[in-house]
Design a protein around this ligand. Structure first.
Ligand SMILES: Cc1ncc(COP(=O)(O)O)c(C=O)c1O
Length: 475
C-alpha cells in the first residue's frame, strides 16, 4: 500500500481553513509593508551585517511556522540594502511593484497554467499574445511581428540578438568578418548577449557619441563605408532608446534609414525608455522605433510591474520561429491545436509560468491611462529636479531626454570627485532616498533615475533639500 503523507504538518495541500489562516498572515504582512512604505528608508546599508551567513536561511529537517518566517523576512530580507518598492528609490533604474500585478502572480501560481504551449493553455497563450500585440502596436509595429514575454530585459536582448544572428545567417565561417555597431552607452546585458551568442567574435565598433551621448550617425555611416572597403560585412546596429547610464535616446529614424539602405539589422534596446511611448514626449524622442528589426521593452521598469517581466519584439515573426521553433516527438499532439504562436516556439524557454497575468490584470483593471499619467509625472519631476539643482549650483551632464540625469557639484576648495563621492555616501548613510553614481570619461557623476510610480514631488524634494544641506555644510 502506498501511504500519502497525511500527517498534519507534512500536508502539502492545506485545507480551506488552513489556506484562510495562511492568507491572513500573508495579507497582514504585505498590508503592513505597504502601509508603512512611505516612512521606510529607501536604502539601509547599515543593516547589512544583520544578515549573517550561517543563519536560519539554511534548509534542514526543522520546520518553522509562517509567522516566524515572515519575521525573519522582515528583519533580514526586507530591511537591509535597497528597497526597490520605495518611491525614494531614485538610483539605477527603479522597479515598480503594483499590487494588482502581485495578485496576478498569486493567481497564476495557484492555478499554475502552463503558458509555454497553446495546446496546454490556449487562454494563457492568447492573453500573452494579446499583450505582445499591444506592445507591438505601441511601438508602431503593424503586422507580421511576434514577440515574447521574458523574465527581463537581459533575456529579451539575448532573444532578439539570437534572431538577428539567424536572420543574417551568421555562422562560424563568417563571424569574424561580420561587424556590429553600437555606442559606449549600450547596456552590458547586450554585450553579455553578444558573448553568449559568440557574436563577440564579430568586429565590434563603438561609434562616438555627441555631447548628449547619442550615436553620431554620420560617424556610423562613415564607419560602415570604411568597413565595406576593408571587405568586412556590416551586419548589426544596436541603438539605445533610453540608455541606462544617462537615458540617452539615439536618432532612431536616421539610424534606421542607414540600416535599410545598407541591409543591416537594427536592434533597439528600449528596456528603460520604451514605455515612454505612452507619452507624447516619448513618442517624439523615440521616433523611428517602429523601423527597428527588434526592440526590447521592460514592463518591470516603465510599466511599474514587480521584477520579472521583459518583452522582446521582432518585426518579422519568422526570424524568431527560425531561431527557436522545434517539434519534439513527444509533443506531437500539440501540433493539431496550433491556432496561435506558442511562447515555446519564440524563446529559449519551455516550461514557463503564466507571466502574462501579472501584466494583463493591471492593464485590464486600471486601463492604460494611469500608466501614461504616471510617466508624464516622472518627466515633469525630472524637469523640476534639473531646474532646482542647477539653482543650487550643480552642473548637469546633459539635457535629459527622459528621466535619467547625471550631475555634480564643483566645490571651490576640495577635489570635485571626492566631494561628490562624499555627497553620495552621506545620502546612502541617511537612506531616506537612494541615488547612484556613474563614471563618465573617468570622472565621477551623481546620477538620478526617476521611474517608480511611487515617486512624487515629496521624494524629489527630500533629495533636493538633502543636496542643499550637504553643499551648505561644506562636507
Ligand atoms: C537599457 C537597459 N537594457 C537592458 C537592461 C537589462 O534589463 P534587466 O535588468 O531587466 O535584465 C537594463 C536594466 O536596467 C537597461 O536599463
Amino acid at each position: 500500500m502506498i501511504t500519502p503523507p497525511l500527517d498534519k504538518d507534512m500536508n502539502l495541500e492545506p485545507t480551506l481553513e488552513g489556506r484562510t489562516r495562511l492568507m491572513h498572515i500573508v495579507q497582514e504582512y504585505t498590508d503592513n509593508f505597504l502601509d508603512t512604505l512611505s516612512e521606510q528608508k529607501a536604502y539601509q546599508g547599515d543593516k547589512y551585517n544583520k544578515v549573517p551567513q550561517d543563519s536560519d536561511f539554511y534548509i534542514d529537517e526543522d520546520i518553522t511556522g509562517l509567522k516566524d518566517l515572515l519575521g525573519l523576512l522582515h528583519d533580514r530580507v526586507d530591511q537591509p540594502g535597497l528597497n526597490p518598492a520605495s518611491g525614494g528609490h531614485l538610483g539605477y533604474i527603479p522597479g515598480g511593484g503594483i499590487y494588482t500585478a502581485a495578485l496576478g502572480d498569486f493567481i497564476a501560481a495557484v492555478t499554475n497554467r502552463y503558458a509555454g504551449v497553446f495546446y496546454a493553455s490556449p487562454g494563457a497563450v492568447r492573453i500573452e499574445n494579446a499583450l505582445i500585440r499591444w506592445a507591438g502596436n505601441l511601438i508602431g509595429y503593424k503586422k507580421n511581428f511576434a514577440g515574447n514575454l521574458t523574465s527581463g530585459g537581459s533575456i529579451a536582448n539575448l532573444t532578439a540578438l539570437a534572431g538577428a544572428k539567424t536572420a543574417h545567417n551568421i555562422k562560424s565561417r563568417n563571424i569574424e568578418n561580420s561587424v556590429i555597431y553600437t555606442t559606449k552607452q549600450t547596456h552590458h546585458s547586450v554585450l553579455k548577449a553578444l558573448r553568449l551568442l559568440s557574436l563577440d567574435e564579430c568586429v565590434l565598433r563603438y561609434i562616438p557619441t555627441d555631447i548628449q551621448f547619442k550615436m553620431q550617425v554620420s560617424e556610423l555611416e562613415n564607419q560602415i563605408e570604411n568597413d565595406r572597403q576593408l571587405n568586412l560585412s556590416p551586419f548589426l546596429v544596436i541603438a539605445n532608446a533610453g540608455s541606462t547610464d544617462v537615458g540617452a535616446t539615439d536618432d532612431l529614424q536616421r539610424i534606421a534609414a542607414i540600416c535599410t539602405k545598407q541591409n543591416l539589422w537594427l536592434h533597439v534596446d528600449a528596456a528603460y525608455g520604451g514605455f515612454f511611448m505612452l507619452t507624447e514626449h516619448g513618442k517624439k524622442k523615440l521616433k523611428g522605433i517602429e523601423l527597428a528589426d527588434s526592440v526590447v521593452l521592460d514592463p518591470h521598469k516603465g510599466l511599474f510591474l514587480p521584477y520579472g517581466t521583459g518583452i522582446v519584439l521582432l518585426k518579422q515573426a519568422n526570424h524568431l520561429l527560425n531561431t527557436f521553433s522545434y517539434s519534439p516527438s513527444y509533443m506531437q499532439d500539440a501540433k493539431d491545436y496550433e491556432q496561435e504562436l506558442s511562447p515555446m516556439d519564440l524563446s529559449p524557454e519551455m516550461s514557463r509560468n503564466f507571466r502574462g497575468l501579472r501584466m494583463w490584470l493591471p492593464l485590464k483593471i486600471h486601463g492604460v491611462k494611469p500608466f501614461e499619467m504616471c510617466l508624464n509625472e516622472k518627466l515633469e519631476l525630472m524637469r523640476y529636479f534639473c531646474e532646482s539643482i542647477q539653482k543650487l549650483g550643480f552642473e548637469l551632464g546633459h539635457t535629459p531626454d527622459l528621466t535619467v540625469a547625471v550631475y555634480r557639484y564643483n566645490p571651490q576648495k576640495t577635489d570635485r570627485d571626492t566631494f561628490n563621492r562624499n555627497v553620495l555616501k552621506k545620502i546612502h548613510d541617511d537612506g531616506k532616498v537612494f541615488i547612484s553614481s556613474t563614471n563618465i570619461d573617468g570622472a565621477f557623476w551623481l546620477r538620478i533615475a526617476i521611474l517608480s510610480f511611487r515617486t512624487h514631488k515629496r521624494e524629489i524634494d527630500i533629495l533636493i533639500n538633502t543636496l542643499r544641506e550637504l553643499i551648505e555644510s561644506d562636507i
